[in-house]
Design a protein around this ligand. Structure first.
Ligand SMILES: Cc1cc2nc3c(=O)[nH]c(=O)nc-3n(C[C@H](O)[C@H](O)[C@H](O)COP(=O)(O)O)c2cc1C
Length: 581
């Protein structure tokens, strides 16, 4: 068959690239790719189908850490098995006008930032809230599942706002909004089951559509099915004696086709520190060997507390249980006093404070059932699998915070920093497509990092070098001291010497207390403008406050230099990439 015998939707360049990729694949890789594409097809199809062929139900998700996407995809499969025509799509790719043509809309959305919608879906939320761009959705059946975390002041705000707006725009609520806390699996599934009953079913006698093949048909790892990796190296990168040390970790990757590229991260399932687990057992008088179950899996209490339960933040259900069990007036008043009083109490008490200050004798199973699940933590990959396909590298900084006048250490960073070669770590891939490299290797890239934000840039450089690509890179990096804290200094200096890095600028806050991360770029604004005119993309990675200030300074200077609204255009053209934490 010639290329032209098949009417394909690709440009000539894409067609050639596709062919040369397919030529390189062996049978196993081709099979994997076909399964992967089939899995993605729920997303692809929704954007490419003509309007009149759109399935009745659109299941749209807005996510940053994947919970909403996984729920949406699972619900999509459940719908198809029940014969309900449903498409699953990222809200970031839904145009509000498209909604008017749907039969029903199911939204699964998280809340992030400080009560904000997940960042990729921001344009969708903005367009929906704006009277000029909001669609007319009279009679559109809708239902909203809101994911959140009740320890945040603005609980489930994104879901609440969208639910109210869909109603205000003329939609008809098929089922009352469900709000879920971090232990969302059971309530979310129960709500989705109820929703399924209310969605339009095929006429009797029609055969339900076959369940779609998802990327799960290939070996895959996620939060529920993490991969066990072995620690090869755990090395301090920063100066000895620094209060928040930074380490470089190398983990053995013993599975093929781990689906990450530079810019992606891994979700790490950290263990709680053994001394904290022991202190909780001690204060509750429970034996760690007691049998309990977590999501239906039987295990010992000590394992549940070590691997699955949040021993830091108590959460509302635990507080209710403990107030009842201990019978203590202070706790009862907090529970009965409404959200604000509860939150005030939780701000002063971690789990250990509660169980020590208000002693009681819990039942092991109820204790585990009422505690919040321990959340995974995301770490950006610091290497490219094109260079080391059997290793994952992470850059980890110790995290400390003040609590009740004492100094606490972050669970995940403490766990990772204390690992020894030979220990194992449970993790899963986390895709971050908004922070990937552009396809065209000739596009110049300005890489701006505060501290550990440098990790993905190491992966970017390795990736381009391994593929023999010559991208103009300009690195701007800030840390504490030049002598001690220039992370991966040798690698970046080598890249500078061999021409892979075109420019490097650094800011060391302790050495140069008045110098900001934006300063080197502002001082070289002509150069930056020239790079932008050549089509450069800008990447911002690391500490949210520092990089938000940096972006504001650059925006002001670039708009002054290249014309008002220039920065906004860069953002619209997807040439600004942010990965902030
Ligand atoms: C950085 C961050 C900020 C968050 N902010 C909020 C918030 O303001 N309100 C809220 O209810 N939940 C908040 N959450 C909790 C998430 O909504 C919750 O973990 C949800 O399950 C994430 O879903 P996703 O994986 O689909 O993004 C936040 C989570 C993170 C990691």
């Amino acid at each position: 068959m010639t290329d032209h015998a098949l009417a394909h939707p690709f440009s000539e360049t894409q067609w050639h690239r596709l062919h040369s990729l397919l030529d390189e694949l062996d049978g196993r890789q081709a099979l994997w790719l076909s399964g992967y594409l089939a899995g993605q097809s729920t997303d692809f199809m929704a954007t490419s189908q003509p309007a009149d062929k759109r399935p009745a139900v659109l299941i749209a998700y807005a996510t940053e850490t994947d919970n909403s996407r996984l729920l949406a995809q699972r619900f999509g499969e459940q719908c198809r098995e029940a014969g309900v025509a449903a498409d699953v799509q990222d809200l970031a790719r839904v145009r509000p006008r498209q909604l008017a043509k749907q039969g029903a809309l199911v939204v699964i959305t998280a809340t992030h930032g400080d009560g904000d919608p997940p960042e990729p879906a921001l344009p969708f939320f903005e367009a929906m809230m704006d009277d000029d761009t909001a669609p007319n959705i009279k009679n559109l059946g809708f239902a909203v599942l809101a994911l959140g975390d009740s320890t945040y002041q603005h609980f489930c705000t994104a879901g609440r706002q969208l639910d109210a707006r869909l109603e205000a725009l003329g939609g008809e609520r098929v089922l009352e909004r469900q709000e879920c806390d971090v232990d969302f699996h059971a309530p979310a599934q129960a709500w989705l089951n109820r929703l399924l009953d209310k969605l339009p079913k095929p006429a009797s006698g029609t055969t339900p559509s076959a369940p779609a093949i998802t990327s799960r048909s290939t070996p895959s790892h996620d939060k529920q099915h993490p991969l066990r990796t072995e620690v090869l190296v755990n090395q301090r990168l920063s100066a000895p004696g620094r209060t928040s040390p930074i380490h470089h970790l190398e983990l053995a990757l013993e599975v093929p086709d781990f689906p990450v590229v530079p810019g992606d991260a891994v979700g790490v399932l950290a263990d709680n520190p053994p001394d904290l687990v022991a202190a909780v057992l001690d204060a509750t008088g429970l034996n760690g060997e007691l049998p309990v179950s977590v999501n239906g899996t039987p295990q010992s209490l000590v394992q549940a507390l070590r691997q699955h339960r949040d021993l830091t933040i108590p959460g509302g259900r635990f507080l209710d249980y403990w107030a009842e069990l201990s019978g203590h007036a202070t706790l009862k008043e907090a529970v009965n006093g409404g959200t604000r009083t509860q939150r005030a109490l939780l701000k002063r008490h971690q789990v250990l404070d509660l169980v020590r200050d208000y002693p009681a004798r819990p039942d092991a199973e109820t204790l585990v059932a009422t505690m919040r699940p321990l959340q995974p933590r995301l770490y950006d990959l610091a290497n490219s699998l094109s260079s080391f396909d059997d290793e994952l590298h992470l850059t980890v900084k110790s995290f400390h915070y003040g609590f009740n006048k004492r100094r606490e250490t972050g669970i995940a960073s403490r766990y990772l920093l204390e690992l020894q070669p030979g220990d194992s770590v449970r993790l899963y891939p986390h895709r971050n497509p908004r922070f990937h490299l552009p396809d065209d290797p000739e596009i110049p890239l300005v890489l701006i990092a505060e501290g550990t934000g440098i990790a993905p840039y190491r992966a970017f450089l390795q990736h381009r070098a391994a593929n023999g690509q010559h991208t103009p890179f300009w690195l701007v990096f800030a840390e504490q001291r030049f002598e001690d804290d220039f992370l991966y200094q040798l690698a970046f200096q080598e890249a500078r010497d061999n021409g892979l890095l075109a420019r490097v600028d650094t800011v060391f806050h302790i050495d140069q207390p008045h110098r900001a991360l934006a300063d080197p770029l502002v001082e070289q604004i002509d150069q930056l403008a020239e790079w932008l005119e050549r089509g450069a993309h800008l990447y911002f990675c690391g500490d949210k406050d520092s990089l938000t200030r940096t972006e504001a300074a650059l925006r002001e200077n670039i708009d002054a230099h290249l014309g008002a609204g220039h920065w906004k255009q860069l953002s619209k053209a997807k040439r600004l990439h942010r990965n902030l934490y």
